[in-house]
Design a protein around this ligand. Structure first.
Ligand SMILES: Nc1ncnc2c1ncn2[C@@H]1O[C@H](COP(=O)(O)OP(=O)(O)OP(=O)(O)O)[C@@H](O)[C@H]1O
Length: 215
């Protein structure tokens, strides 16, 4: 049976007595790119955290490729998310983090183009630095480089353009475009309409998600 990449039904989340998401519905077919937009505090990150299984909703159902999120190794093999900031391994350099990601996914770093990826993301000259010593934009570049380095079927990204300079935004938009062209699925939140369009995603307003499916 064919499943959507993401199926969200009647999702509700409150913080204390404040409802943030109320009966949110969202369908993202396999191979589609959806960018959720909306004002600060409207609940985009909350939605992405729930879809990535990093937060348990109060009510509703979520299926990722037909199964509940986060419950199996298959989920984490298929899904890459940058919704939560990464935890860096103490004492490992940026390149060693990239090597770790490759080897954990059964890839030879050279065959996976690890050095080329670090170079494309402009961090080759910082590859021997430990990530905490990088600038906030360089950390974001490394985080995204690691996300693109490993194989996946679904990217869940919270404002990937954040802290990137224009050249970095263009690079990431191009890579997302290629990822979608190769059959991958993208769910992201962004405040940058031009970035979302360049990435090839369809923009969906968070305010409409209680009534509108993104098809
Ligand atoms: N852990 C939490 N505890 C209490 N309130 C929270 C928590 N996380 C988020 N909120 C509140 O929920 C609302 C939605 O937050 P969320 O981060 O999902 O919005 P957002 O649309 O991603 O915002 P932004 O565009 O600023 O990133 C906000 O009012 C926020 O203050």
């Amino acid at each position: 049976m064919d499943h959507s990449a993401i199926e969200v039904r009647d999702l509700s989340v409150s913080y204390g007595s404040t409802p943030v998401l109320v009966d949110v519905r969202l369908t993202v077919p396999v191979g589609a790119g959806v960018c959720v937009i909306g004002e600060n505090g409207i609940g985009k990150s909350t939605l992405l955290r729930c879809v990535a299984s990093l937060q348990r909703p109060d009510a509703g159902e979520i299926e990722i490729f037909g199964a509940p999120p986060g419950s199996t190794p298959e989920f984490w093999r298929a899904v890459v998310t940058t919704v939560e900031p990464p935890t860096w391994y103490p004492g490992l350099t940026a390149r060693e983090h990239a090597e770790l990601v490759c080897r954990a996914h059964g890839l030879d770093p050279a065959a996976a183009g690890m050095d080329e990826t670090l170079d494309r993301f402009g961090i080759a000259s910082h590859a021997d630095a430990i990530p905490p010593s990088l600038s906030s934009g360089q950390k974001q570049r490394l985080t995204l480089a690691l996300a693109f380095l490993r194989p996946s079927r679904l990217l869940i990204l919270d404002e990937p353009e954040q802290r990137l300079d224009p050249e970095g935004r263009a690079l990431v938009a191009g890579l997302l475009h290629d990822y979608l062209a190769d059959g991958g699925t993208v769910l992201m939140a962004s405040h940058d309409d031009a970035f979302a369009a360049a990435a090839g995603t369809t923009t969906v307003s968070m305010a409409d998600l209680h009534t509108v499916d993104a098809q």
